[in-house]
Design a protein around this ligand. Sequence first.
Ligand code: GLN
Length: 261
Amino acid sequence: MKKFLALLMAGLMTVSMAACGGSGNEAAEGADEAAADGAKTYVIATDTAFPPFEFTNADGEFVGIDVDIINAIAEDQGFNVRIDSLGFDAALAAVQSGQADGVIAGMSITEERKEKFDFSDPYYTAEVTMAVAQGSDIKSYEDLNGTTVAVKTGTNGADYAKSIADQYGFTVKEFKDSPTMYQDVIAGNTAACFEDYPVMAYNVKQGAGLEIPEGTLAAGTDYGFAVSKGENAELLEAFQTGLANIKANGKYQEIVDNYTK
Ligand code: GLN
C-alpha cells in the first residue's frame, strides 16, 4: 500500500512538474526551486480528514488549525508552502522518504518518533479517547471484552489501544483514515475506536453518530511540526520562530478559536 502511494505520488509529481517545466525525481527538490516571488516553497504533508486540524470544509476548501498555522508561519517567515493531504502514516512516510519537507498532522511528539524526526516545540495538547456508536452498550474499557476495536494505522491511539488490548480482552483492527474508522464503528462492525479527543469531540459535535463514554480519556500528548531527522533544519528553525511570533501577536489564538469556539 505504501509502495502504491509512493508510486501514485511520484506519478502526480511528474505530471505537476512537467506542467511547470521542471525536471527531476524528488518532489521536495522540485518544490524547493525558487518560486516566482523568489521565496522558497516547502512541501508540507498532512492527514486527509482530522478535523479541526485538517479537513475539507463544506465549501470544498482544505482548512483547519494545522493548515492555518503552517500558512500563517509561512507568511510570517516569508516562505511558500504546498500542502499535500496524504493521510497520517503516508504523510510521515513522505517526510521520511524526502517526498515532503515537513509534516503537520496533529502529530504527537513521542520518544519513538524522535528517533526518526526532529520536532518543533509543542503547539497543541491532546489526549486519546475511546468513542462508540451512539446508543452503544459499551460504556467502559471493561465492556470491550471479546470485541474488535478500530484504530488508525500508525497513530498514538493505535499504540494505546494495542497496549491495553490483552488486559481488556479485545482485538485491534486497523484503518487508513479516521472517517473509514468511524463508519466501521457506526455500522457496528467494530465496538469502539480510539482517537485524539479534540478530533473526536469535533466529529461528535458535527453529528458523526458517535459518542464518548465517560472516563475513557487517556495518555495526553503534545502535537509538534516535524521534519526528517537531521534534514530541513532551516525549515524547522523557521517554524519555531514563526510559531513564537504568531503566538505573540495573537494570530495563533485566533486560529484555534476560529475552529474550536
Ligand atoms: N496524534 C496522533 C498521533 O500522532 C494522531 C494523529 C493523526 O491521526 N493525524 O499519532
